[in-house]
Design a binder for this molecule. Structure first.
Ligand SMILES: Nc1ncnc2c1ncn2[C@@H]1O[C@H](COP(=O)(O)OP(=O)(O)OP(=O)(O)O)[C@@H](O)[C@H]1O
Ligand SMILES: [Mg+2]
Length: 383
């Protein structure tokens, strides 16, 4: 998969900007605050359906303007024509998404068309941050590979919100029907057991891939291990990503949710479920967050992103586009080479790098590099 071109109107500081991208490595370079990350944010929007910076959609709109829009042509491997995706976000909150000119009904319908893996310095928090960081990582990675996962994730979130609202009412002393709580418990167990089986399988794929990358990147003395932890997890889970689409047993979670109403009412929220899941990361049995060195934590976070790209290629059937936002500035030349060699395997992958320094790509066999200079919200070819 590769992006052929992208254009922006009133997209943050990109008033009116466009560029074409080449097959292999593209370097978007320029000084700070010129618009490099804004370009990647626009491209990644089509893969994830929202901002990678956690911004609200309205924040895409250039200060003082009425709308923001981005459109992108990309080509899937083996296809002879581009697909065009576009998004326009208006100040009144209205959003119009299109594929080849035809309107799409939702972000979910847009996702699954275009796949990308984003590397950013904030990825370190995959190892050092809280469980939410790791759940978000799983949700983004798996949603791009499975519309079924995305569907159940959305349904789960809605049921969770409604169940929590009921629990809050009860906490405040209002009378609630316990049967309505049970209706939501059953919905959460049902959707949760789907989500759990997808995540469980994804983490076991991740674990294998991470082990390989981590030992190649380091001296190999320390062995990392990742395990998926869930209230809903069972011993023998189905493998819906690579095998038959099946879910785990909903009874485990239902049992917890139906027998602890008093505790949940006291807390005013749902205490069990896949919204509490985590991945534990250890090195030779010791928790990475507390015991690993900064270098090891960084190598681990990079290995997780490399593994995400690897799994996306294997399960999605083609290479995702790789977006590297500012990650090279803190890496030594040997790591840069390792990452580009790993990602650029057989030069089939498109890689888009942002950097202040145009010379981020180490000399070597990385093919022709396409340089794009980003300055004051404009993009022009050249180094
Ligand atoms: N809604 C908006 N309207 C106008 N400008 C905006 C908006 N949102 C962000 N900006 C501006 O866009 C500029 C470019 O931001 P961006 O994050 O793309 O910079 P960058 O080139 O990646 O810089 P760095 O090298 O520091 O990461 C910033 O000056 C920022 O203030
Ligand atoms: Mg930036």
């Amino acid at each position: 998969m590769r992006v052929s071109s992208v254009s922006f109107a009133n997209w943050r500081n990109l008033t009116s900007a466009a560029c074409e991208l080449s097959h292999g490595i593209n370097v978007l370079w320029g000084m700070n605050a010129q618009g490099k990350s804004n370009i990647l944010e626009g491209i990644y929007f089509f893969a994830r359906g929202r901002s990678f910076r956690g911004s609200k959609e309205k924040e895409f709109i250039q200060f003082g303007e009425e709308f923001a829009s981005v459109s992108m042509s990309f080509r899937k491997d083996g296809y002879s024509e581009d697909t065009e995706l576009s998004a326009t976000i208006q100040k009144n909150g209205k959003k119009v998404l299109r594929r080849n000119g035809a309107p799409l009904s939702s972000s979910s319908e847009m996702m699954g068309n275009f796949r990308a893996v984003l590397f950013a310095p904030s990825n370190l928090s995959l190892v050092t941050g809280g469980p939410l960081e790791r759940r978000t990582f799983l949700d983004i990675a798996i949603s791009q590979l499975s519309p079924v996962y995305l569907k159940y994730l959305k349904r789960y979130s809605v049921a969770l919100m409604e169940r929590n609202a009921l629990l809050k009412m009860a906490q405040a002393g209002e009378q609630i029907q316990e049967e309505s709580l049970d209706v939501y418990s059953s919905a959460l167990s049902d959707y949760g057991s789907w989500i759990c089986s997808f995540r469980n399988e994804y983490v076991s794929l991740l674990n294998k891939s991470v082990e390989k990358y981590f030992s190649e990147m380091t001296d190999g003395r320390e062995k990392p291990e990742m395990k998926y932890m869930s209230h809903a997890a069972l011993g023998n889970m189905p493998e819906p990503l690579t095998g038959e689409i099946r879910r785990g047993d909903p009874a485990v979670l239902y049992e917890k949710l139906s027998s602890n109403h008093d505790r949940e009412i006291a807390a005013g929220s749902t205490l069990w479920g896949i919204h509490k899941d985590d991945i534990t990361i250890t090195f030779n049995g010791h928790e990475a967050k507390s015991f690993a060195s900064q270098g090891q934590q960084r190598s681990m976070a990079l290995s997780m992103k490399l593994a995400e790209a690897d799994i996306s290629s294997r399960i999605g059937g083609e290479y995702p586009v790789i977006l590297l936002d500012d990650v090279f500035s803190e890496l030594d030349v040997s790591r840069r080479k390792f990452i580009l060699n790993t990602l650029g395997e057989e030069r089939q992958r498109q890689i888009i790098i942002t950097s202040c320094d145009p010379n981020v790509v180490p000399d070597g066999a990385f093919g022709d590099v396409n340089f794009l200079h980003v300055e004051a919200g404009g993009i022009r070819n050249g180094d």
